[in-house]
Write a protein that binds this ligand. Structure first.
Ligand code: UDX
Ligand code: ADP
Length: 502
């Protein structure tokens, strides 16, 4: 009997070793907002694949291995808990996992260059290049290398050159598989993507690689939603999609200025416009401006590519999307200052929301940074509350130079001084106590449910609300006694005839 059990256990072990050995292995370099959630969902949906997410940042990997994940994303905790230790691993042993992988996703930082050729527009491919050189260095078997992070068009070609010139006979196939998830809804987006895009070389080897990656996604994505293109089309589609989305927001924000000037209501206008099935209702919410790590960076990239290809008119066209976004943020600051007797010097302003959108703690390129800097420029005192953003992050953001945010954490400059006029609190009521005005900069659901009567009673008078996300009921707040500014809505009598143009 004992012998039979031993034989059985041995056979089981042998079976596991064989299966384990034949298991496809995926490694993702970069455990950030894209790499982490994407790989967690691949691991969940493909139990037959072993997925390792690697990063040079020790604290980031430690956090992925803990109960306190490094990013806040609804639904992510559950997915990670189900797969971590089963077929999902987070590690700092970058080389080992890359060496063992069949498919290597690269999802590292691609900051905007701050100096040299293309400064302020072109992508800095330092991290990408070093990842590619490392892959070439440590590989002992053929690999598919997948661009996951957004990169300029033709990056694949550059990466291909690095890999093939250092390959020692190993064959690399490079694919572009841009990620379209939006933060705050990343898990939903990954579970049910509008499309998965895979670009590859149009050669037999290229097609084989595309097919291999397609099979990974086919575990849960319907075949007709997996689009395959050539490499350049895939790379450019990502930039184009983000540019189109950002353009819609700048279009509606431009309309919001005109609405304020004419007495029209931007919500009514965008509803009417969006009812046209050719236009559709999404991404037409007027706001204080778009933020996030992608839109501005990708458009700048697009602009640079157009300029490099001798297309200045096309470059100018896309530049305008960013100009309107900057104009919208300036306009908002000017509304605040001009409404409050043309000065906010030493006045307490409550900032509700600092993240670039709700349901994320991400502050990259958040409009809150520019609005806060504008108010600080006029010597305001800021009391900031965001349910997911720490004081440390706010201080970093307010003292960092443009584009510095997009480097691995340990390479970001430490904030030399804390901005003294800024304090962060963990409650909207605390933030608004004794304040002269409130700026709502992120559309967190909890802000819609605040007791504004209680807030009003504890504020200086006249009490102002500047709603940068159009989430409060302005009429109700006016009933309470507030002076209210809502983006693109008919103006409060108080605000009429006050200059707000940047
Ligand atoms: C975006 C793209 O949507 C996604 O496909 C891509 O992969 C990455 O970039 P993300 O930046 O995470 O995703 O969020 P998104 O929902 O697109 O919002 C971007 C910014 O636009 C936010 O600041 C948001 O508040 C703002 N926005 C969005 C508006 O101001 N109005 C809208 O109607 C929609
Ligand atoms: P994204 O939003 O595109 O996911 P993040 O900045 O959140 O971007 O993540 C990029 C990650 O890539 C960071 O955690 C950074 O530490 C990591 N990284 C950058 N370069 C390398 C590299 N050469 N090897 C491993 N990880 C890297």
């Amino acid at each position: 009997m004992v012998f039979t059990i031993m034989v059985f256990e041995y056979l089981l072990l042998l079976f596991q070793v064989v299966v384990y050995k034949n298991k496809m292995k995926i490694c993702c370099i970069g455990a950030g907002y894209v790499g982490g959630p994407t790989m967690a969902v691949i691991a969940l949906k493909c139990p037959d694949i072993e997925v390792a997410v690697v990063d040079i940042s020790v604290p980031r990997i430690a956090a992925w291995n803990s109960d306190q994940l490094p990013i806040y994303e609804p639904g992510l905790d559950g997915v990670v808990k189900e797969c971590r230790g089963r077929n999902l691993f987070f590690s700092t042993d970058v080389e080992k996992h890359v060496r063992e992988a069949d498919i290597v996703f690269v999802s590292v930082n691609t900051p905007t260059k701050t100096r040299g050729l293309g400064a302020g527009k072109a992508a800095d491919l330092t991290y990408w290049e070093s990842a590619a050189r490392m892959i070439a260095d440590v590989s002992k078997s053929d690999k598919i290398v997948v661009e996951k992070s957004t990169v300029p068009v033709k990056t694949a070609e550059a990466i291909e050159k690095i890999l093939t010139h250092n390959s020692k006979g190993i064959k690399f196939q490079i694919l572009s598989n841009p990620e379209f998830l939006a933060e705050g809804t990343a898990i939903q987006d990954l579970f049910n993507p509008d499309r998965v895009l895979i670009g590859g070389r149009e050669t037999p080897e290229g097609n084989k690689a595309v097919q291999a990656l397609k099979e990974v996604y086919a575990h849960w994505v319907p075949e007709e939603r997996i689009l395959t293109t050539n490499l350049w089309s895939a790379e450019l589609s990502k930039l184009a999609a983000n540019a189109f989305l950002a353009q819609r927001i700048s279009s509606v924000n431009a309309m919001s200025a005109l609405c304020e000037a004419t007495g029209a209501d931007v919500t009514q206008v965008s509803y009417a416009v969006g009812k046209d099935t050719r236009i559709g209702p999404k991404f037409l919410n007027a706001s204080v401006g778009f933020g996030g790590s992608c839109f501005q960076k990708d458009i700048l990239n697009l602009v640079y590519i157009c300029e490099c290809n001798g297309l200045p008119e096309v470059a100018e066209y896309w530049k305008q999307v960013i100009k309107i976004n900057d104009y919208q943020k300036n306009r908002f600051v000017n509304r605040v200052v001009s409404s409050m007797f043309n000065t906010v010097s030493n006045k307490k302003i409550a900032i509700l929301g600092f993240a670039f959108k709700k349901d994320t703690g991400d502050t990259r390129e958040t409009p809150a940074i520019d609005v806060c800097k504008g108010l600080l420029g006029d010597k305001a005192r800021l009391s900031i509350y965001d349910p997911q953003v720490t004081e440390d992050q706010v201080q970093r953001d307010l003292s960092m130079n443009k584009f510095d945010w997009d480097h691995p954490l340990h390479l970001q400059p430490m904030s030399p001084t804390t901005v003294k006029q800024v304090s962060c609190v963990w409650d909207a009521y605390e933030a608004t106590k004794d304040a002269h005005g409130i700026c709502i900069l992120t559309e967190w659901d909890e802000f819609k449910k605040l007791d504004f009567k209680r807030i009003y009673d504890n504020m200086q008078k006249p009490a102002f609300v500047f709603d940068g996300r159009n989430i409060v009921n302005a009429d109700e707040l006016r009933e309470i006694g507030f002076i209210v500014y809502s983006i693109g809505k008919p103006l409060d009598p108080w605000l009429k005839d006050m200059p707000a143009v940047a």
